[in-house]
Structures are given as C-alpha cells and as structure tokens.
Write a protein that binds this ligand. Structure first.
Ligand code: F6R
Length: 243
C-alpha cells in the first residue's frame, strides 16, 4: 500500500483529482468506481473544474457507485444517487446510461444485486476505485462482522455508521438501516484502488490500518492489504505517524 500524506483536505483533494485526471486522459473509456460522503466532495469539484477547462472528457467514461440506501428513491436529496447528480454528473458530459448507482428501490433486491455485479463484469471491471473509509473501518457499506460478502449485497448498517451518517438527516431515526453495497470482492477486483481519509475522526482507523499488519473482517479496510495496487491519501489530521 502506497501512502501519501497531504497537508490538508484541499491538498488531499487536489492530489486525488490529479491522479484521476491523468487516469481519464490515459484511458478515455475508463471504468471508475465512485464513493459518496463528505470525503470525495472537493475532489469532485476539482474534477468538474478540470472538465470545464477542457482537460478531461467524460463522454466515454463509465462509473459504478459503491452503495445506496435501501428505500430512498433517486430523487430523494438524501440518496446517494441524488448526491452523485448534484456533486458530479450534472456538471460534466457523462452519458447517464454510463453511470450506475445501486437502486435502493429495486423490487427484488437479491436479483438486483446480482444484476449490478454482472453489469460491473460486463463493463470489463473497475479500473480505478475511489474509496472513503468509515470510522469503524468499513469500505463501501461493508461493516465489521465475522463474515463479509464478496459480491454486491444488502447489508444492515452498523450503529456507528447510522450515528456518523445522521449528520445528513434530521435525526438518527431517519437514517435508513439497510443499504446495497458492492462487496469486498467486487472492490478488490478493481485494478487500482485509491482510499481517501481526512480529518481527526479518521485518525484511529487509519492508524489501525497502517500499523496493524493483519487482515480481519472486523476491520474491513484491512482487506485492502491483499490488493497489489492501493494508494492511500490522507491529510495530516488523519495521520499521526512519521511523514
Ligand atoms: C460512501 C461509502 C462510505 C463512505 C464512508 C466515509 O459511498 O461507501 O464507505 O466512504 O462512510 O464517509 P465520509 O466521507 O462521509 O466520512
């Protein structure tokens, strides 16, 4: 795992955006795995700026999002679908059919999850996967547990995730309890992975990831140790080791 420590959130976002700009320039048909949440927001703004400057073209890019809450329709402002439209897709020339976000209102969730997984395979797999990290070590919504699912599946959100994500809702009780998430296997099949973490709240989990030489389903992010091409970009607040 390659570690990059940037001074602050702005620099972290710039570094992540620079890497993605280069990847998109090198491969116009790139398949990107995308995350939502607070962490990648500024990176998306910077990508939009690069698109407006003419440095990148999204017309042949495909995207797959990691996750979506169950029960929220795509026009619900709390849904991850809405987030992606607002924070990226509405501002670039990506073709809507080339963007994929799990459907939290799917009728048959089991067959839907299989279909989502198959659509990633049909696209040739993910070239570059962007990840945030939960304070409990989750990636996507793969929460710490005795067992983790390999492929796209329905999961119950942990209490700590419900609490962490309640900042986007009126209160804890409004946070959906279930989500669809790409599995850890779906994530690990990406050719490259870029994990972003900023702020003091992520310091403990980043310390665990970097200092404990273990792989455990109780720290889902530790499974990234099995992957040959992971770049972790943190800011100084999320990192307490030597720079
Ligand atoms: C979001 C996702 C989650 C978040 C994580 C961190 O699509 O998959 O794993 O990346 O919960 O969220 P933030 O960035 O809000 O701290």
């Amino acid at each position: 795992m390659k570690l990059i420590v940037e001074k602050d959130y702005e620099e972290l976002s710039r570094r992540a955006s620079e890497i993605l700009v280069k990847e998109i320039q090198d491969n116009h048909e790139i398949v990107l795995g995308l995350a939502t949440g607070s962490t990648p927001k500024r990176m998306y703004e910077l990508l939009i700026e690069e698109y407006k400057k003419g440095s990148i073209d999204f017309s042949e890019v495909q995207t797959f999002n990691l996750d979506e809450y169950i029960g929220l329709s795509e026009d619900n402002p709390k849904s991850y679908n809405y987030y992606m439209q607002e924070n990226l897709f509405n501002h670039i020339n990506i073709i809507p059919e080339n963007t994929h976000i799990p459907n939290g209102k799917a009728m048959n969730l089991e067959s839907y999850c299989k279909e989502y997984e198959d659509s990633i395979k049909r696209a040739g797999g993910i070239d570059v996967q962007i990840l945030g990290i939960g304070t409990d070590g989750h990636i996507g919504f793969n929460e710490p547990a005795n067992e983790l699912e390999a492929e796209t599946c329905v999961v119950n959100l942990s209490e700590s995730t419900i609490k962490a994500n309640s900042r986007f809702f009126a209160s804890d009780v409004m946070v959906p309890r279930e989500a669809i998430t790409m599995g850890v296997g779906s994530i690990l099949k990406a050719k490259k992975i870029i994990l972003l973490a900023n702020g003091e709240k992520k310091r403990n989990v980043i310390k665990d990831l970097l200092e404990k030489p273990i792989i455990s389903t109780h720290l889902p992010v530790s499974l990234l140790r099995l992957h040959p091409n992971v770049t972790i970009i943190v800011d100084e607040e999320a990192y307490e080791g030597e720079k």
